[in-house]
Write a protein that binds this ligand. Sequence first.
Ligand code: ADP
Ligand code: ZN
Length: 753
Amino acid sequence: MYCSVILRGAVRQTDKLFTYRVPDELSGTVVAGSLVNVPFGKGDSQRCAVVIDIKDTFDGDESLVKDIGSVISSSPVLKADQLALIDKISDRFNCTKGDVVELMVPSCVVNHKNPVEVFVELVSKENTEFILKSETLRSIAHIHILEYLLERGKCTRKEIMSSLSCSSAQVKALEDKGLIRLVKEVAGEEETYLSLDDAPEGKFTEEYDLSTEQETAVNEILTGIDERNANTFLLFGITGSGKTEVYLNCAKKVIAEGGSVIYMVPEISLTPQTINWIKGRLGDSVAVLHSRLTDKQRYEQWNNIRTGKAKVIVGPRSGVFAPAVDLRLIILDEEHDSSYKSESHPRYSAKDIARMRSLITGCSVVLGSATPSVESFYAANLGAYKLLELKQRARQEAKLPNIVPVDMKEQIKLGSGSMLSVPLRQAMSVAFSENKQVILLLNRRGFSRTLVCESCGEPVTCKNCSVAMTLHNNRRNGTQSLICHYCGYTVPSYEAVCSVCNGTRFTKAGFGTQQLEEFLHTVFPHEKVLRMDQDSTMTPGAHKEIIEKFANKEASILIGTQMIAKGLDFPDVTVVGVLGADLMLASTSFKASERAFQLITQAAGRAGRGDHPGTVFIQSMRPEQPLFQFACTQNYRAFYEQEIEYRQKLSLPPFKAIGEVVLSLPDENLLIQRANMLSKYLNDFIGFQDKKYQFEVFGPMPCVIYELRGRYRMSFVIKAANKSAINGVFKRLIEDFDHVKYPMSFDNDPQDG
Ligand code: ADP
Ligand code: ZN
């Protein structure tokens, strides 16, 4: 018998199917999906591999075929639908099949050793019966052990010792008499128990009568699941409309019928809170995959999924690879969240993979959000996704918060400074006097390298692309320039003119969370402040601790970056301040407006979740901008209409696909030389392509982060009619360039400029 395998984590040169012989003694233990060790290369070093298929014959040179080394897991580590996904993912995300296997088979599985156990068996049944009848044994313990073995056959020493309360010395004595044999064997894949968090509290188990909207959504989704027709739903429900309840009801039905569900949540929402909710409602069949697990716990969870003991898999984006048995539903909560896209190799999108997996298995996909990504809403408008809407808050008494724009230009003139406006300060005082809490949101992502106009607060934007331009220091001559990361348009910083007010003085605006914290201590010296940002959450568990402290009301103010806007539920928060809202728009990504709208809406969703209506203050230098108006009225559709028009006008996704190639080298001169070579190649290449692909190439230009870990980085942006055209270019680059001389990374869905 032979099998073909893929090496886990293979590089491009070794990313093929290799054939191995299955020696007779292993023949029963190797099936498609098994995990094995194989001798590889000249030195026959052992490599971990997944068996793709089994065959009786081999039509190549028989003498070159090696034997499989050993079997790591005979029961498949990959299900048929996962095996079918490997090629598709490798193709779509420009990685090796071995990379995909690595994503699907986590290292805890490779490293897992089933514990070796000592088994006890009788040397001879007849002889034992004879000895027992002849009553020659004097030890009652010896008699019991032999009787036990006669009755049950081979069993572990541990079992005998605990069932009969005897010692290992007594077992050993029987071995010395030659009556029994001790053998060491690998124990079978025992069912493990979910040994995670404590039992959920009662408050998480409450069930509700569904609202009419919720019920319609649940019914539509359940019908879709029954069709097994790879249906995708976009569950568009305002914050607090009870989307979670929809997911839980659907999941419950699926597991009652024996199917399983993958339930993904953004990385940061994977709090004990969320987990308790889901476990409280769906019981012990929930497996949780998150970064705080030890290898042993992770293996346990994974094995429960593989054996079908766990039927609901809760996790971040990597959950999409779980070996679910009879998968019928994949949920992506907060589908717009950027954590569903991997920002390191392989740069996959869990949303795309969910869709790919559904096309193979027929399972349904539910994408849920209060602020869907523009691409998803576009797909729903085209009819590719079924749109389900929840327009009402689920709890009648919970009111939509009041959203108040604050003009910071005026406030600064009035002398209140640039951090806290008078109305926000007053609202905070009232909240504290009523023993309520306040969240202050300060987004710093992506703006720190842009310049804003001193008089109107507007960032310098690219005349072609309407995104903020990035400030770069020209190391060679000490000057500074502003560069657009989509088209490469460059202006020396001294020539920049504000497109809104023609101002010519620019500054790196904004303040940080630490400055804000210090300022709060002077304004509200009696209030305790918690800060959640990258610095304060470096250590594992810090994030959870901050959330718990705030939930326990150990502090009345929580300040932080976008981390705190997501998925958290603090019933006593009545005031939310969004500070420096303009800076959200000053990001260098074409998704800046979308992100800002999402963030404000989510932040607003944090206020008034309990029985008290909340107020959200949006502090901006230009509160009259349409985006803030739409956010204040929570008008997603109006926002969408404006955004989709901009995307169409500038040929951005979903109208055209964008790809990015990053070339990075430690030697700056070499980098510039090779980037120019690459530029020539790319321009020649697209010159020969059919017009229908609509190729455009921009660059080379320095990356937003030009120096990273001792390397300099230049990027190219490629636009084309669709992703497969972009991938076509990537494949040519991979084939035609020596990857040692030209270390490149590829992304066909860059999220942040
Ligand atoms: P979303 O995820 O859409 O923002 P949630 O799922 O967090 O909203 O629900 C908001 C609140 O409404 C939660 O406290 C939830 O327990 C409650 N809720 C959900 N559905 C119902 C219902 N049918 N009746 C009463 N309360 C509900
Ligand atoms: Zn541009």
